[in-house]
Design a protein around this ligand. Structure first.
Ligand code: GNR
Ligand code: NI
Length: 174
């Protein structure tokens, strides 16, 4: 098991488009274990492979309070979205300290492969639907702040670049 470093916005690698997994093998299962550990440690309710600089379609999600309900989604696709929308205050492990409202489909139907490479499907609503849509955006190179106004995006970029410079300076001092 290993904790993986999480890319921080505005890193250009967050905008790469992930390729489908060709074969669900031991390499992918190891990636899933490392991503799950990284998500739980953060802590977060989801993590896309893009965020750990692996550009393949792999997502882990656990929205349970106890952290005992891991969803592993390989090559996930949203096959249906409801017309009705919900607004949720989102955050992202790649955009620390930023929370803002995003409107997305309220209900979705999802198709994916599990860790054995077997297809499965499920319906999602509420936080799970938010999270699946947020993670699938990551696989397409899209970060939730891109739904916000250009002004907000500029402010967020400036603030995070400054934070990252200061964090590096602290490290240099030791
Ligand atoms: O931990 C996370 N919380 C969260 C809250 C509201 C909407 C989406 C999320 S996902 C986020 C983890 C993350 O960045 N996944 O990509
Ligand atoms: Ni995110």
């Amino acid at each position: 098991m290993a904790l993986l470093p999480i890319l921080q916005y505005p890193d250009p690698r967050l905008h790469k488009v992930a390729a489908p997994v060709q074969q669900v093998d031991e390499r992918i299962r190891q990636l899933v274990r490392d991503m799950a550990q990284t998500m739980y440690e953060a802590p977060g309710v989801g993590l896309a492979a893009t965020q750990v600089d692996v550009h393949e379609r792999v997502v882990v999600i656990d929205i349970s309070d106890e952290g005992n309900d891991l969803h592993v989604l390989i090559n996930p696709e949203i096959t249906w979205k409801s017309e009705d929308k919900q607004v949720y205050e989102e955050g992202c492990l790649s955009v620390p300290g930023v929370y803002d409202e995003v409107e997305r489909a309220a209900k979705i139907h999802v198709r994916a492969l599990n860790e054995q490479g077997e297809p499965f499907e499920f319906d999602a609503e509420g936080l799970l639907a938010v999270c699946v849509q947020h993670e699938l955006d990551h696989l397409l190179g899209k970060v939730f702040v891109e739904y916000l106004s250009g002004l907000k995006q500029n402010r967020i970029r400036t603030r995070l670049r400054k934070q990252q410079r200061e964090a590096e300076r602290e490290l240099d001092q030791v």
